[in-house]
Write a protein that binds this ligand. Structure first.
Ligand SMILES: Cc1cc2nc3c(=O)[nH]c(=O)nc-3n(C[C@H](O)[C@H](O)[C@H](O)COP(=O)(O)OP(=O)(O)OC[C@H]3O[C@@H](n4cnc5c(N)ncnc54)[C@H](O)[C@@H]3O)c2cc1C
Length: 291
């Protein structure tokens, strides 16, 4: 359980971190909360020759309310998000954070680290997909923004390019009468999701659904937007029957994974149930706001 030897560099700014990554090349890895990278290094699943610690860079941690979006710094810890006061419609962020692992992991692990690690059973991907997060990256070529729907490329692989650092995630402030929710069936030992479902629903004054987004994690080999579900929700008044009909399409176009934690058929069934419940919960929150 002792990692292979590596060089340690601490960056004091994003520019310095990007420069270090360029100098050190493919052999270097960014270190944030260390709660995925260090276990992998101790198991020698990862053997970087160098780590670039970004953990003390000013300005990368915290939640900032802007005019039309909420910006969450990449180094914001799960525990900070679990305790955050967020605008209506972004409830799934705090709910997701609160369901990750245990207090120790939540106090060290960061949202940015989780999104860059891209474990296909991690919780954040579902919430970030359903809340239509935009990932802000800084690299040698400057800044670029990647929508969450384009971020997850393969298991443990993202759209992050060599030399880039994720600096923040921007969440559009949902329209009035929006609600969101995150639910998961967790593995007993680690709390990673066997199935995790996040939903965001917006309704108009007559209770008709004007917008919906559903993110699912743990089911396929990458987290995904359940667009078939969304298509059946939008434009309709959402009663239990409509929601169940839509949720039945939770794994449309996806090959559910079979592993030691759950078989594919079971995952597919649980996904339908959790998507249905997440939509119902999000709808209840949307309807509780004044028309
Ligand atoms: C016991 C245990 C239980 C856990 N249970 C859960 C759970 O229930 N649900 C869940 O979702 N997760 C769980 N996790 C994972 C946890 O949430 C981690 O904190 C998270 O996956 C990684 O965040 P980190 O800040 O620790 O990243 P690190 O471990 O520091 O980094 C992870 C990877 O991302 C890269 N990276 C990190 N930050 C950046 C950045 N800003 N820009 C570019 N690259 C970056 C690193 O180079 C590394 O490859 C668990 C972890 C442990 C140890």
């Amino acid at each position: 359980m002792i990692p292979a030897a590596f060089a340690y560099h601490r960056a004091s700014s994003v520019d310095e971190a990007v420069r270090l990554l360029q100098e050190l090349g493919d052999d270097a890895r960014v270190l944030a909360g260390g709660h995925s990278l260090l276990p992998a290094m101790k198991l020698r699943l990862a053997r970087p020759g160098a780590v670039v610690d970004i953990g003390r860079i000013e300005g990368l941690r915290g939640i900032r309310r802007q005019v039309d979006h909420v910006e969450v710094g990449a180094l914001t810890r799960h525990a900070d998000l679990a305790a955050a006061r967020l605008p209506a419609g972004l409830e799934a962020l705090a709910e997701c954070a609160d369901r990750i692992a245990d207090p120790q992991v939540r106090r060290r692990g960061t949202i940015g680290g989780s999104l860059c690690h891209a474990d296909p059973s991690a919780d954040w991907p579902a919430a970030v997909l359903a809340l239509e997060g935009q990932l802000v990256l800084v690299g040698p070529g400057g800044e670029r923004v990647v929508p969450a729907a384009e971020w997850f490329v393969a298991p443990f692989m993202t759209a992050l390019q060599p030399g880039e650092i994720l600096t923040a995630i921007r969440f559009p402030v949902p329209q009035a009468r929006s609600g969101s929710a995150y639910l998961k069936l967790a593995r007993k030992a680690s709390d990673f999701a066997i199935v995790g479902a996040a939903a965001r629903v917006t309704v108009d004054g007559s209770g008709r659904c004007t917008g919906a987004a559903v993110g699912v994690t743990g089911v396929g080999d990458v987290p995904y937007r359940a667009t078939a579900v969304e298509d059946l929700l939008v434009g309709r008044v959402l009663d239990d029957q409509v929601i169940a009909e839509a949720a039945a399409r939770a794994v449309e176009g996806v090959d559910p994974v079979s592993d030691v934690h759950a078989g594919a058929e079971y995952r597919a069934q649980v996904a339908q149930v959790y998507v249905r419940r997440a939509v119902q919960e999000a709808l209840g929150r949307a309807l509780s706001q004044p028309a």
